[in-house]
Design a protein around this ligand. Structure first.
Ligand SMILES: Cc1ncc(COP(=O)(O)O)c(C=O)c1O
Length: 378
């Protein structure tokens, strides 16, 4: 394999494997002439609610919108604070600003990369006199559930809402429950690269609370019910029928794809065991990791050099995420500075995600591992 190219993810292989099912689903929608919401979206909402074990599932236009509408449904806005981890995709905090509230950044547990419950408790008490903290958005980063028991207990004690950002973690379980269904609301993304990906943007809000579900349902159609009678100011954020049909075709395969990812992760764990310059992903107890990403830590400041070395060998990797959110230029006014959240900052210097998708072959994986080993031998 001298001229190999190993992508971090290859969506064309998945399409080829289930081409007939996908093509039929698309054809069905095109022939139906119904493209926005409608029976295809309703059927998908029922199927995914059953899969997740949630009472209500509402299809929306993206994972970002799912978070935005969840905040809106809870009535969170100007004057409110929302605690989010600093080490996550931008949307988790961006939506807080977009509803007029203030993000309060929490550091992560260095073992899991997820929000640190101790840090969360400290923030809730520290900020209590300055701002009304209304909610926390734990993110199940890379596909591993956050410490939901500790988070829910704190939320109960301090009267906070919990919105799970499950964009990266569909199907992961925490003490036997699918994530997204533990907090007051859960938000999923069907961005094409996600474990269950659409062929465009898409997202979902899940909840067991009927009243919140009803609000999200209205908010995605400009707050109206029935049409042209507006109870709230919402927006246009609907899952379209083509995406719903594609997701319906894919959902029955999700379990086997997740198992394949977990098998690949275990193999990486074994093959990367004896390399002193890296740390393999930690598996927290009582939960399953669905390995949206297989993310290692590269120690001693060598992350970027390793990434460049692998790139030269045709191996794609990604840094999720190179700059923690508390240090993003757009949040400068919030007054954070370097050193404030050391674990988020360290993770952003060390994290490196390796090729990971269900169709990755053992040969390709061997090649990735061989290249990593040769980097550390040089
Ligand atoms: C943790 C996290 N939150 C939110 C989102 C936003 O989802 P979307 O891209 O569907 O808007 C993503 C994905 O991109 C994500 O990874």
């Amino acid at each position: 394999m001298s001229n190999v190219k190993i992508p971090i993810l290859d969506l064309t292989r998945q399409y080829q494997a289930i081409k007939g099912e996908i093509d039929r689903a698309i054809q069905r929608v095109v022939e139906s002439g119904r493209f926005i919401l409608g029976p295809e979206v309703e059927a998908f909402e029922q199927e995914i609610a059953a899969y997740l074990g949630a009472k209500h599932a509402i299809g929306v236009a993206s994972g970002t919108d799912a978070l935005y509408l969840a905040l809106k449904a809870l009535g969170i806005g100007p004057g409110d604070g929302v605690i989010v981890p600093s080490f996550t995709f931008f949307a988790t905090a961006g939506v807080v600003v977009n509803v007029g509230a203030t993000p309060i950044f929490c550091d992560i547990d260095p073992k899991t990369f997820n929000i640190d419950p101790e840090g969360l408790k400290e923030l809730v008490t520290r900020y209590a006199s300055r701002v009304t903290i209304k909610a926390v958005i734990p993110v199940h980063l890379y596909g591993q559930p956050a410490d939901m028991d500790e988070i829910m207990a704190l939320a109960e004690e301090y009267d906070l809402y919990v919105i799970e950002d499950a964009a990266q973690a569909i199907g992961a379980e925490y003490r036997g429950r699918k994530i997204g269904t533990i907090g007051h609301l859960g938000c999923l993304s069907f961005f094409p690269t996600k474990n269950l990906g659409a062929y465009g943007d898409g997202g979902l809000v899940v909840t067991n609370h009927g009243e919140l579900a009803e609000k999200v349902r209205m908010l995605r159609v400009h707050g109206s019910k029935p049409k042209y009678y507006h109870h709230m100011v919402g927006t246009n954020s609907r899952l379209d029928a083509l995406q719903a049909a594609i997701l319906r075709a894919k959902l029955p395969h999700l379990k086997e794809w997740t198992t394949a990812r977990q098998r690949i992760a275990e193999r990486y764990d074994e093959l990367l065991a004896d390399i002193p310059g890296i740390e393999r992903p930690y598996r927290a107890p009582d939960r399953s990791h669905i390995f949206h990403q297989y993310t290692i830590r590269v120690l001693n400041g060598k992350r970027d050099a390793l990434q460049n070395f692998l790139r030269e060998k045709g191996i794609a990797t990604q840094v999720y995420y190179p700059l923690p959110l508390h240090l993003q230029p757009c949040f400068r006014d919030l007054g954070y500075k370097e050193g404030d959240l050391p674990e988020s900052e360290r993770a952003s210097r060390q994290a490196l995600s390796l090729p990971m998708f269900p169709e990755l072959t053992e040969e390709e994986q061997n090649h990735v591992v061989k290249a990593i080993k040769s980097f550390f031998q040089e």
